[in-house]
Design a protein around this ligand. Structure first.
Ligand code: COA
Ligand code: MG
Length: 292
């Protein structure tokens, strides 16, 4: 959301709520955010015990990184109870799977309001169904209304592949049009946009390439399934040193007395406008938040 302080979301790690060993590990990890998962990573027989663990997971949490809960779909037998239990933990966000329409988010927001969840509890939406792709503009538009709580989209590439039947290739060529549409919609709604997971967590070279591609496509970060993926995502989604240096030059040039009030200036043989100053300031704020 436009007026929220910048929170880095370069590396956002799913951790199954049912996996105590993985949960115990997160304090040592350098991911920007964690999604505690109640949905696909938890077997049906473990759904209720996983939900009952949430309060313990969030007790005494550090506020230094975002902690999100992914609940089961509201249309499932677990969804509503998951949502109420998650709201009580006051996470930074609740990630809704299988969002098809704006109504799905409005209904979840109503449950949060009815349960007195503070405004700091945002909604994140998985974009992972063909209906969500067709309704993505109106869904993203909710991001312009703070009352909707919508803050972030997450690409659900595994479900999109399963539902549509597109071939999954290493270069994701058949998914790219949808991924780019998601980025565009997220920008229209002032939302963050996270890339989908890479299932092959042993091939870190392929993973690094996918991160670089995702950053080039305009994603803010990537969702991860394994700690080994954190480093590459943190690197790929941080502003490059060269870009930071150029942004400083733009900022410093506009600060010179002779450029005071000018709309356009010349810098190193290139035209630089005030829109580039705004872009540079945004990049510098991001670099400062990340410590780059
Ligand atoms: N979060 C935190 N820690 C994790 C982790 C995760 N997502 N995945 C693995 N680890 C830990 C393991 O517990 C293990 O810890 P240890 O060093 O204390 O033994 C270490 O990292 C190495 O794990 P490894 O043996 O390489 O993998 P694994 O076989 O234990 O687990 C998966 C592989 C895929 C089952 C596991 O990574 C996982 O469950 N990922 C998340 C899946 C998920 O949430 N999916 C839903 C969204 S798509
Ligand atoms: Mg999914």
């Amino acid at each position: 959301m436009t007026n929220e302080p910048f929170r880095p979301r370069r590396s956002v790690l799913y951790v199954p709520a049912s996996n105590d060993k993985a949960l115990a590990k997160i304090a040592q990890l350098s991911c920007d955010a964690v999604i505690v998962d109640l949905e696909d990573a938890v077997a049906p027989a473990d759904k209720i015990s996983a939900r009952e663990k949430l309060a313990g997971i969030f007790a005494g949490r550090s506020r230094s990184r975002e902690m999100i809960v992914r609940i089961n779909a509201l249309s499932s037998e677990w969804g509503n109870d998951d949502l109420v239990a998650a709201a009580r933990c006051e996470p930074d966000g609740i990630l809704l799977p299988k969002v098809d329409t704006p109504r799905d988010l409005l209904e979840a927001g109503d449950v949060l309001d009815d349960n007195f969840a503070p405004d700091s509890v945002k909604l994140w939406a998985m974009i992972e169904t063909s209906k969500a792709m067709l309704n993505i503009g109106p869904i993203a538009e909710l991001g312009r209304d703070p009352a909707s709580r919508l803050s972030c989209f997450v690409a659900g590439t595994n479900d999109l592949i399963r539902e549509t039947g597109v071939l999954a290739t290493p270069d994701r060529r058949y998914l790219v049009p949808w991924l780019m549409t998601m980025v565009l919609a997220a920008r229209a709604g002032g939302l963050d946009m996270l890339d989908g997971v890479s299932n092959d967590f042993r091939d870190l070279d392929a993973f690094a390439r996918e991160c670089t591609e995702g950053a080039s496509m305009g994603f803010d970060g990537k969702t991860l399934i394994h700690p080994a993926q954190i480093e590459a995502a943190n690197g790929a989604f941080a502003p490059a040193a060269q870009a930071v240096a150029e942004a400083r030059q733009v900022r410093d040039a506009f600060a010179l007395p002779e450029n005071n009030g000018k709309g356009v200036i010349s810098l190193n043989g290139r035209m630089v406008e005030r829109l580039h100053l705004a872009q540079a300031e945004k990049l510098l704020a991001k670099a400062a938040a990340i410590g780059a």
